[in-house]
Design a protein around this ligand. Structure first.
Ligand SMILES: Cc1cc2nc3c(=O)[nH]c(=O)nc-3n(C[C@H](O)[C@H](O)[C@H](O)COP(=O)(O)OP(=O)(O)OC[C@H]3O[C@@H](n4cnc5c(N)ncnc54)[C@H](O)[C@@H]3O)c2cc1C
Length: 472
């Protein structure tokens, strides 16, 4: 279904708004009544968004003696790792599997899940080092919140920032109890989409080529497809079932007979917008059923059963927030070292294309691969051979300090990174490290009574290391 059919699909299926006013730049407005909003909590550090990024920020701040509030819109912690069923984390080793490049809470959580027999490990595989059971992960993260004496708010959505004299003083949130405000000295936006930064009116951008979203699903009976190239079947016959050619992969769920399948692709939807997110959720689920119908027709002896759909579609990319430094693809692929480095990564550039099937991978070694189901992988180089190849890249702290605000940090996929850089750093083992750094930096800022941008990066890096992170 490329490219004319995709154009049709984007225009007619994905982008048609549901609500009458969603497509208008200036919809009609009403004036709400003024209201009295109760103060629900006062704390040192308030983290908005409870994926591992946000939770790890909260834990690191709490371990430095901070009173921490953690706000999560959904009913569990973990973000994409739990809500969206993506159960794969990548290698803690550099690209040549020689040097350990990160540790910290990622390893702590993996070790805890190992005790539950909820992890499978294969340290030298570029596709995944650990596959985990997302349901066990949910419970383990609850434990971590309890042990860390973090004040959690589940099913609680951030609604808007509350500012006084141009400084962020609180966040207004809503849940079943109504609407309340949480005061804090420092804030961390770990909402994935940068909701806090956006509603503060800070500078944001969405890449023209932002990566498509994917609805994952859990299936039993996947072993009945053994010997079948199901990726190719989906690719070859997708059009008959209203599927745009994309990319399919899956990972077994440890300790179960279930398979996590990531084979849908919703193009052209910026899921930071309510209407697009609504359509993307429904389109992703439609595609899951279409895949089941396709496999029933073209692999008739298979007997797969849909066991679970995600609580939220998996979102690869939406807003980025303008920060003191934009991390570039050149810096990532060049293995650039930063004085204020707070994270190390070796996951390759991994582009799920917005305008053609398949994925493109670019390695630090200069190797490039274009992969499509059922076709031999096309191998080339994105740069000439050289004597020296970097084996890991870094993320600088400056890419998490937004412009135009003094007591807010951003952590997770919204950080300031161009498309190429984002395509590598976006994986969870990297985002987890940005969370840890945000938590430690916020705690240092509270203790010193200073802006987060004034935190001494040498002290930050030292504190990260003494708390279990690997800092180079
Ligand atoms: C299909 C798919 C497959 C992927 N595969 C892998 C993989 O194999 N391995 C890997 O490591 N990475 C993978 N990624 C990338 C990775 O999962 C994401 O880049 C990463 O999880 C982003 O983390 P985050 O914390 O920034 O955002 P998220 O995980 O999206 O977390 C944001 C959190 O904030 C909450 N939130 C949002 N708005 C609000 C609000 N207004 N108020 C309160 N809470 C809010 C959300 O509910 C959520 O819990 C994949 C992504 C997708 C979509």
């Amino acid at each position: 279904m490329f490219p004319q059919q995709l154009e049709y699909f984007l225009l007619h299926e994905t982008l048609q708004p549901f609500s009458d006013f969603a497509s208008m730049n200036c919809p009609p407005v009403i004036t709400e009544e003024q209201r009295q909003t109760p103060i629900w909590a006062e704390c040192d550090v308030c983290v908005i968004g409870g994926s591992c990024t946000g939770l790890f920020a909260a834990v690191r701040a709490a371990r430095l003696g901070m009173k921490v509030v953690l706000i999560e819109r959904m009913g569990c912690f973990g973000g994409v790792a739990t809500l969206s069923l993506v159960n794969v984390w990548h290698s803690p080793l550099d690209e040549v599997y020689e040097r350990k490049i990160f540790a910290g809470l990622t390893i702590e959580v993996i070790d805890r899940l190992k005790k539950r027999r909820a992890v499978t490990e294969q340290a030298r595989n570029p596709n995944w080092a650990w596959a985990f059971n997302s349901q066990e992960m949910q419970i383990e993260l609850d434990e971590l919140v309890r042990e860390s004496h973090i004040q959690p708010y589940l099913h609680t959505a951030f609604v808007s920032p509350y500012t006084e004299s141009g400084r962020m003083k609180g966040v207004i949130v809503e849940n079943k109890s109504g609407r309340g405000v949480i005061f804090a000295k420092q804030f961390i936006d770990a909402s994935g989409d940068g909701d806090v930064a956006a509603r503060l009116g800070l500078a944001t951008y969405v890449s023209q080529s932002h990566q498509p979203s994917t609805t994952c699903a859990l299936f039993s009976g996947w072993e009945t497809l053994q010997g079948t190239d199901w990726g190719k079947l989906i690719y070859d016959h997708g059009e008959e079932f209203g599927l745009v050619q994309g990319f399919s992969w899956g990972a077994p769920v440890p300790g179960s007979d279930q398979m996590m399948l990531a084979a849908t692709r919703v193009y052209g939807a910026n899921c930071a917008e309510g209407d697009a997110l609504t359509r993307a959720e429904m389109e992703g689920r439609r595609q899951v059923r279409a895949i089941m119908d396709l496999l029933a027709k073209y692999a008739p002896s298979s007997a797969i059963v849909l066991q679970a759909l995600p609580a939220r579609i998996g979102i690869r990319e939406t807003r980025h927030i303008k920060c003191h430094h934009q991390l570039t693809g050149e810096e990532v692929l060049g293995g650039c070292r930063f004085e204020d480095a707070i994270a190390n990564g070796s996951y390759r550039v991994d582009i799920h294309h917005h305008d053609k099937p398949g994925i493109t991978l670019q390695y630090l070694s200069g190797r490039k691969e274009y992969a499509r189901p059922g076709f031999p992988t096309e191998i080339s180089r994105w740069r000439e051979e050289s004597d020296f190849n970097p084996t890991f890249y870094q993320i600088p702290f400056r890419s998490m300090i937004p412009l135009g605000v003094t007591n807010l940090l951003v952590a997770g996929r919204m950080i300031d990174a161009d498309s190429l850089a984002h395509a590598a750093i976006r994986v969870m083992v990297n985002m987890n490290q940005t969370g840890e750094a945000a938590g430690v930096a916020a705690a240092l800022a509270v203790k010193a009574g200073i802006d987060v941008s004034a935190v001494d990066v040498a002290v930050l890096r030292k504190k990260l290391a003494s708390g279990g992170s690997l800092v180079f």
